[in-house]
Write a protein that binds this ligand. Structure first.
Ligand SMILES: [Zn+2]
Length: 267
């Protein structure tokens, strides 16, 4: 079966040079999320997702609501961040938090948001090796932002925007840039690469998407099964069993699966 047509909207949570780390001065949250969301895009595309981003370039400021609403028609909206506890170094706080949509009985997107948030949060915590685990949280606005008479609107502007266009949205807080170890971890591009790969894999699994090459292999396997043909790979036939075993050992040493079968030879 071919992959579905699904689009994901990725948001770099801040633009320009924003939220410098008090722990490692070369770190800016805005720089990290810009890199991370481009890596997420690359890896999600490998699973056949179409990916759009809220910003064309890192220097552009965009309103929160606008960024969330950019996700119109998408299967998922993700806003990327790293957190801060106060404005000083705090090496004891390092949990991962994922903000999902606030509960809403008039739509499904909040339920999907919750499911994906609960899928992603432990993946991020594991990748980052945090000591305090993860939290899946939600925050309600005190105001009836959409004027429908129900106090169930989202506090965060990006999530308010995503909800307005009926898209499961979430904010990923990749631990804390007030924590020295975490900040150094986030400054290492190879860590961001692994993180983005793990996030893309978890999202793909949720939506049942597989990588292009896996799809092609699956289609080939299905075709082969339909034809009811076996394709045998033969590396030789030997009169002396010891010679066959020696050849088998060489094939296995090369990393292939193999075994010996016997064939009756006419005298
Ligand atoms: Zn942020």
């Amino acid at each position: 079966m071919a992959n579905k047509e699904l689009t994901i909207c990725l948001d770099a949570g801040h633009y320009g040079k924003y939220n410098q780390s008090p722990a490692v001065r070369s770190y800016y949250e805005s720089d990290m999320v810009w890199k991370l969301h481009l890596l997420q895009k690359k890896y999600l595309e490998q699973y056949g997702f179409k990916v759009i981003t809220t910003r064309d370039n890192q220097a552009t400021d965009l309103a929160l609501y606008t960024r969330g609403a950019t996700a119109k028609g998408c299967a998922l909206f993700i806003s990327n961040h790293s957190n801060a506890v106060g404005s000083y170094v705090n090496d004891s706080v390092d949990y991962v938090s994922v903000y999902r949509l606030y509960d809403d009985t008039t739509t499904n997107c909040d339920d999907i948001s919750k499911e994906i948030a609960e899928t992603l949060a432990p993946v991020i915590a594991e990748q980052m090796g945090v000591s305090q685990g993860y939290r899946v949280v939600t925050r309600k606005s005190d105001n009836d932002r959409n004027g429908d008479g129900i106090l169930n609107d989202n506090y965060y502007g990006v999530l308010n925007g995503a909800r307005a266009v009926n898209v499961p949205g979430m904010i990923l807080e990749h631990s804390f840039h007030t924590n020295t170890r975490i900040t150094n971890w986030l400054l290492d591009d190879s860590n961001l690469d692994k993180l983005a790969q793990a996030e893309a894999a978890a999202i793909a699994k949720y939506f049942g998407m597989t990588k292009q090459e896996e799809n092609e292999e699956k289609i080939e396997a299905e075709k082969d099964a339909a034809d009811e043909v076996l394709y045998r790979v033969q590396v030789g036939a030997y009169r002396v069993r010891a010679n066959a075993e020696a050849q088998l050992a060489r094939v296995k040493a090369a990393g292939f699966d193999a075994f010996i079968t016997t064939v009756k030879v006419d005298a």
